[in-house]
Design a protein around this ligand. Structure first.
Ligand code: PEP
Length: 251
């Protein structure tokens, strides 16, 4: 059985006090019997404290928003997968479009980051998605298949079970324009089929595939009711406790 997951990507927001305040605010509103896995992806400064706070809470985990491609040494400003794991994080988000576009992260670099993450026992939330141009010119299926296959399909079947996919159409991220549930389901179904061709039905059926891109309390239930949508990667709406909890409760 695959998991339903709602992950909040705080991006470069919230100082130490604000971040810990928001975390407590969300935790207080979450139902104890919550069956959906809830993930917070704060900036590096929060990883250790947030992991400590969430450690004993059922189904709540911490993710880093990135990790270095290097293991250690003279890489000023970088944070390694090993360091992130030592803070208590369960996941690392890799391949977010803001990193692909603003930091020029390509499929091969991401493949190497995925390897580092897995070696250090981090699971990976791997983002993929097309630009508006690619959607309009109809090349988005090939593009998404290339992103996934070039960065992930060298993994063994056992390692692939540590991957969560997040489909995030770039034109929907932070724009207020959401993919319709049909558009999202079409791609999620395609991603699952692509995984099945490489790893077989059992693994494809147990892989969680999240939707991201202007997901909010008013569109989450419709999106999450689609058969291949297993939750969301949430940006803007994860910064508001009411909105985020309402999305978590949208299954
Ligand atoms: C994101 O950055 O992963 C994201 C989905 O952002 P937003 O929800 O703000 O579109």
């Amino acid at each position: 059985m695959r998991k339903n997951i709602v992950a909040g990507n705080w991006k470069m927001n919230l100082d130490r006090n604000q971040g810990i305040f928001l975390l407590h605010d969300v935790l207080e509103r979450l139902s104890v019997s919550n069956k959906t896995e809830v993930v917070f992806a704060p900036s590096f400064i929060h990883l250790y404290k947030a992991s400590k706070i969430c450690k004993s809470i059922n189904n709540v985990f911490i993710a880093s928003q990135d990790c270095s491609v290097n293991t250690k040494g003279a890489f000023t400003g970088e944070v390694s997968a090993e360091m992130i794991a030592s803070c208590g994080a369960k996941y690392v988000i890799l391949g977010h479009s803001e990193r692909r576009v603003n930091f020029n992260e390509k499929n091969d670099l991401l493949r190497r980051k995925v390897d580092h993450a897995l070696v250090n026992n981090l699971e990976v939330i791997f983002c993929c998605g097309e630009s508006l141009d690619q959607r309009e010119s109809g090349v988005y299926f090939e593009w998404i298949k290339k992103q996934i296959s070039e960065s992930l399909f060298g993994l063994s079947a056992v390692d692939f079970t540590k991957i969560v996919i997040a489909y995030e159409p770039v034109w929907a991220i932070g724009t207020g324009v959401t993919a319709s549930s049909n558009q999202a389901q079409e791609i999620h179904g395609f991603i699952r089929k692509t995984i099945e061709e490489r790893y077989g039905r059992k693994i494809a059926q147990s892989t969680s595939i999240l939707y991201g891109g202007s997901c909010n309390p008013s569109n989450a239930s419709e999106l999450f009711s689609q058969k291949d949508i297993d939750g969301g990667l949430i940006g803007g709406s994860s910064l508001n406790a009411d909105d985020f909890v309402s999305i978590v409760n949208s299954f």
